[in-house]
Ligand binder design. Structure first.
Ligand code: FAD
Length: 400
């Protein structure tokens, strides 16, 4: 497994998990992304790594029957803790209640984002909320294979590339595996995330950070969800996409993985059982749901997905939406993000600058940022935020 062009590796780790001689390991490059490295002294050149690579064998976007829904979990507390409508937790709960195991992306003790397993309802809290950083799948593909071999029910959630990687690694379509992916904008660098953490930890040296929410809806609602840093019950920091440097970096596409700029998984007809994503223009489908608590859009691709949907029907509110209509404005489902022109400079500086210097150089808190924040808060407090946001997006959609 030699990666010549970094765009050809999505970092899912399927090859490392598949290697029978354990000759492959994932190693971080200078941008902080993981790539497979081969130990030539033990490699037997069996070729299994290439065979399970989802980028080399990406599934084509070939139409099949799908079901579309707008959905949200009835439990308001869980919905508020989730990024959109909390549908992922509803699915995960069904699996746990049937005696299964759920895999998702969570923070470790140092706030690195890694995949891990949950066996109880309580543990699902760790997976709630999008973390806009590439998650390290570690050895989870191998663990899934073992659980499936023992006849266990497993639900694996992740980016579309991670799901295709897992499926290629498993080779067959196991009856006991449920896969959930989402519409993915792109995954930022773990190195840039560390720089951000370093900057925030320096800012609050006497506080023990206990939780970080990329999209906290508790402060200004779903439409204006904010990056929030907590120390116990105390909120240390809360800033939106116009001010917070990590969110600004994410939404300006400056630090995504190279493969995200030529993503092979941008499609509607996927290998997962269910795809979920945000619904910001909820009024387009269901006016009464416009209550700032969030809603998910959902595409069900398989019969397994349909069975899962039936199992959550009691715990979610849902409305059937024709899939063509559901997906018509979802450009991140179909288009790769475009790299910001200063991406290379940004990573060059990241190698030598501390977090504060880096973010201050590329995302300064200047007057226009402060005015944008002020404008957003005023719109929110006067109750017109949702309306202004909708008009803004419709205007730019027409211009596109
Ligand atoms: C990197 C990233 C980019 C996204 N881009 C878009 C987008 O462009 N448009 C859009 O509509 N929606 C996007 N989403 C999806 C959206 O933010 C919500 O995750 C989705 O709507 C599900 O929300 P929920 O309320 O059902 O679940 P939540 O409770 O929010 O559950 C989050 C789920 O996402 C998984 N997850 C969280 N972070 C990661 C990660 N870093 N890697 C892999 N899995 C992760 C968890 O394991 C869990 O399964 C993105 C999510 C991520 C993580």
């Amino acid at each position: 497994m030699k990666i010549v062009d970094k765009k050809d590796c999505c970092g899912c780790g399927a090859c490392v998990n598949a290697c029978p001689s354990h000759s492959l390991t994932m190693a971080e490059d200078e941008e902080g992304f993981l790539y497979p490295e081969t130990d030539d002294s033990t490699c037997t050149e069996c070729g299994l790594c290439g065979k399970c690579c989802p980028v080399l064998h990406a599934k084509a976007d070939i139409p099949f029957a799908q079901d579309g829904y707008l959905a949200r979990i009835k439990d308001l507390q869980i919905r508020k803790e989730s990024t959109s409508g909390g549908v992922f937790t509803a699915i995960a709960q069904s699996v746990i209640r049937a005696g299964g195991i759920v895999y998702g992306a969570a923070y470790d003790q140092d706030f690195r984002v890694c995949h891990s397993a949950a066996l109880t309802d309580q543990e699902l809290y760790r997976f709630r909320g999008s973390k806009y950083v590439q998650s390290d799948t570690k050895e989870t593909f191998r663990e899934v294979k073992e659980y499936l071999r023992d006849g266990k029910l497993v639900c694996y959630s992740g980016t579309p590339c991670q799901i295709e990687g897992l499926k290629r690694y498993l080779k067959e379509e196991p009856a006991h595996l449920i896969t959930v992916d989402f519409v993915c904008h792109g995954v930022p660098s773990p190195l840039i995330w560390r720089k951000y953490l370093e900057m925030q930890m320096e800012k609050y040296p006497d506080s023990h950070i206990t939780d970080i929410l990329f999209r906290n809806k508790g402060k200004f609602g779903y439409q204006y969800s904010v990056m929030t840093i907590k120390s116990g019950r105390k909120e240390l920091y809360a800033r939106g996409t116009e001010t917070d440097p990590m969110l600004r970096a994410f939404f300006s596409d400056i630090c995504d993985r190279p493969s995200c700029y030529a993503c092979k998984f941008k499609k509607r007809y996927r290998m997962s059982d269910i795809t979920i994503w945000d619904c910001f223009d909820v009024r387009k489908f269901q006016v009464p749901w416009d209550d700032h608590t969030g809603a998910s859009q959902m595409l069900v691709h398989t019969d397994k997905g349909r069975t899962v949907f039936r199992s959550i029907e009691e715990r979610v509110e849902s409305v059937f939406i024709e899939p063509d209509r559901l997906t018509e404005d979802t450009w991140p489902m179909f288009e790769s993000v475009k790299a910001k022109s200063v991406r290379e400079d940004f990573f060059r500086d990241a190698a030598s600058m501390c977090g504060f210097e880096l973010f201050h150089k590329y995302y300064p808190q200047n007057l226009s940022v402060k005015m944008a924040r002020c404008g957003r808060v005023i719109c929110y407090k006067t109750g017109i935020y949702g309306f202004v946001r909708r008009m803004y997006h419709r205007y730019f959609k027409q211009r596109k």
